[in-house]
Design a protein around this ligand. Structure first.
Ligand code: GTP
Ligand code: MG
Length: 263
């Protein structure tokens, strides 16, 4: 059975969201927790044949490595595809919409922390069934227009599934956060057949990325004073305005020095 069952539409905070339902077919009975005896040797607990998965608070390194392997492949495939689209775009329009791409696999600790925050059993199975951001790529564009150009190219890729889409550009978050998020299903082929693996993709302009990186750095830990929160809400608008003015400068230069698209 494929990883994806069906897709439905919903709305979150004004942003259009598409959600794919996954099939849940875990059998936690196999999660036998071993306890350390007085000699420091791990053995199954005496009173229970299996222990509630909620008592397990880590994913063994070997299971983590196995879990992330296909995600790593899916992420690489998407990164290569994005670079290809950027290159094709350059040939056609003599323009690079993408400034740079960052890719990351969620660390074992972050996966454990996220499952715990969702009160889910901390296992590789629950990670696979519940997390769509184990693999993530961030595509940093120059201008907001570039994001929507690249998006239309991504949407035309018939082999990729769009599992979730959140437009925080037209509908910024309360914090002032702007970005366009998608979760794409990327086909990964194995001996057993093909499975779609989710990869989260965040499209941002350089200005949006500056805002998000600074906000993460300054507001992430501990209590954030109200003035700081207010300042960031203001900067979000100011950065968009600055970006718009820079785009205007570029458009003026282009108008005076028109470039013919390459054939
Ligand atoms: P998560 O459980 O955090 O993944 O939330 P979610 O599944 O609802 O996803 P969401 O669309 O909120 O995007 C989550 C990711 O977007 C985070 O991991 C951040 O990279 C980024 N993000 C979302 N909101 C903010 C914000 O207010 N500030 C910053 N700096 N980043 C944000
Ligand atoms: Mg996330």
């Amino acid at each position: 059975m494929s990883y994806i069952e069906y897709i439905e539409e919903t709305h979150v905070g004004g942003a259009e969201i598409l959600i794919a339902k996954k099939d849940f077919k875990n059998d936690y009975k196999n999660d036998i927790l071993k306890e350390m005896n007085s000699e420091g040797i791990y053995e199954p607990p005496k009173t229970l044949s299996f222990v509630s998965p909620s008592k397990i608070n880590h994913i063994p390194q070997e299971e983590y490595d196995q879990l992330v392997e296909p995600y790593r492949e899916a992420m690489t495939r998407l990164e290569v595809r994005m670079n290809g689209l950027n290159e094709d775009y350059r040939k056609k329009y003599r323009d690079y919409p993408i400034h740079n791409i960052q890719a990351r696999i969620k660390s074992r600790k972050s996966i454990e922390k996220k499952l715990d925050s969702k009160s889910l059993p901390i296992t590789a199975y629950t990670a696979k069934d519940n997390l769509t951001d184990i693999a993530g790529i961030r595509v940093i564009c120059y201008f907001v227009e570039d994001i929507f150009s690249i998006l239309s190219l991504v949407k035309a890729q018939t082999d990729l599934l769009i599992l979730k889409e959140s437009d925080y550009i037209h509908y910024p978050k309360e914090s002032g956060y702007k970005s366009y998020h998608m979760v794409l299903g990327i086909p990964v082929y194995r001996i057993e057949g093909m499975q779609y693996y989710p990869v989260e993709i965040q499209f941002r302009t350089l200005a949006m990325d500056l805002w998000a990186s600074m906000e993460h750095r300054i507001c992430y830990k501990g209590e954030t004073p109200d003035e700081t929160t207010d300042a960031f809400r203001l900067y979000s608008g100011e950065l968009s305005e600055m970006e718009r003015r820079m785009k205007h400068l570029l458009d003026e230069i282009r108008r005076d020095n028109p470039q013919e698209p390459m054939q």
